[in-house]
Design a protein around this ligand. Structure first.
Ligand code: NAD
Length: 355
């Protein structure tokens, strides 16, 4: 019987297939014959072929796989299709179908790209290397949404709701991540105002008792957004609810440089995991060999680390990326004067050379 790990692969649309192809080549290089890749239709291409963004067969392949690697979906061609079958529906469907509840986004400055960081040099030079663990399935995005009339005028409300078990399971993810890092968890909430945040803080403190080796501190979300630009070196693992995490992770992506560099992982209890770059399908550069494959290659490294415990191989990939950047190679999105502008495929071959 094959002992290969099954990886469902969703190339998607636009630059998706280009960056996925690069990531698969890197994975095959660091772990030859360890994976069976199963290509899955999702997004605009699936709408064209099957009339829906996430055919049942595609979801089943992802659910039966050990992990799923996704490029990106969508593009102008499908901007005007029925909202119920838009490419993004496929994304939500696969997240729901895989029961992932934790979104992990690293915010890391590769030192050779420090000049692309919009923060002051002395701040960036202190080093930026933290991760945001964002709760994905609860909070205001999933609470009751209501539009109504109040005192004769239009009114609306969205319910911010969390249950104890939702907080407990995301807190465990954060503490476990901190164990493999600098052993510091910062829980971000608004406990001075919100009842849901007071429950959040209570439960996180309780979970922390199971991790005596990890330091826990708390920060209000407004302060956290300020500290992230004042001194991001203070953070190791940030854990927070859905909406706060949505906003803070976009802020973090800016201080860490180009969108073409940042991977993300979405994890559930079953460890199956969904791994993807944070960027979209970049239709403006699709098919021109301009796409930076690094975010997807690093998503592959996260998959090795979190789904397959292959930390050595993941470290090798991250080191190779760092070395290529140190050597001055840049795709258009990270190009600055004095560096060497190369294509996406050349970026891949430079990374493979260093592996
Ligand atoms: P985008 O991330 O696709 O592109 C924004 C800008 O960044 C563009 O100029 C693009 O060329 C550049 N860029 C993105 N990734 C790059 C890379 N790897 N290398 C070099 N440059 C890169 O965002 P958008 O333009 O807002 O969206 C385009 C399409 O992607 C839309 O249809 C949107 O719905 C979809 N989208 C999909 C996802 C996803 O699949 N997870 C996420 C965001 C947007």
């Amino acid at each position: 019987m094959s002992t290969k790990k099954i990886v469902a692969v969703i190339p998607g649309d636009g630059i998706g297939p280009e960056v996925i192809d690069a990531a698969l080549k890197v994975l095959e290089h660091v772990a030859p014959n360890k994976f069976e890749f199963k290509s899955v239709a999702m997004g605009g291409n699936a709408i064209d072929k099957y009339g829906e963004p996430l055919p049942a067969e595609s979801l089943k392949t992802c659910q039966n796989a050990d992990a799923t690697l996704l490029g990106a979906v969508g593009g102008p061609k499908w901007d005007n299709v029925d909202p119920n079958i838009r490419p993004e529906r496929g994304l939500l469907g696969v997240r729901k179908g895989l029961e992932v509840f934790a979104n992990i986004r690293p915010a890391k400055i590769f030192q050779p790209l420090a000049s692309a960081c919009p923060l002051r040099k002395d701040i960036a030079d202190k080093g930026i290397d933290f991760i945001i663990v964002r709760e994905l399935t609860g909070g205001i995005y999933f609470g009751e949404h209501k539009a109504f009339t109040l005192n004769g005028e239009r009114a609306a409300s969205d319910l911010m709701q969390y249950t104890e078990h939702e907080i407990r399971r995301i807190a465990h993810v954060a503490f476990k991540m901190a164990r493999g890092r600098r052993k510091l968890v910062t829980s971000v909430d608004k406990a001075n105002i919100l009842t849901s945040s007071r429950l959040w803080r209570d439960v996180v403190i309780d979970v922390a008792k199971e991790y005596p080796d990890i330091e826990l501190n708390h920060m209000y979300v407004d302060n956290a957004s300020m500290q992230m630009v004042r001194d991001p070196s203070q953070f190791d693992v940030i854990v927070t609810e859905n909406t706060f995490g949505d906003i803070l992770s976009d802020e973090a992506s800016q201080i860490a440089g180009s969108i073409g560099m940042i991977p993300s992982a979405s994890l559930g209890d079953n460890n199956r995991g969904l791994y993807e770059p944070i960027h979209g399908s970049a239709p403006d550069i699709a098919g021109q060999d301009k796409a930076n494959p690094i975010a997807t290659i690093l998503a592959g490294a996260m998959m090795l680390r979190y789904s397959f415990d292959m930390n050595t191989e993941a470290d090798r990939i991250e080191r190779a990326v760092d070395e290529v950047l140190k050597a001055g190679f840049r795709t258009g999105d990270i190009y600055t004067d004095g560096t060497n502008l190369i294509s996406g495929s050349k970026m891949l071959s430079e990374i493979i050379t260093r592996l």
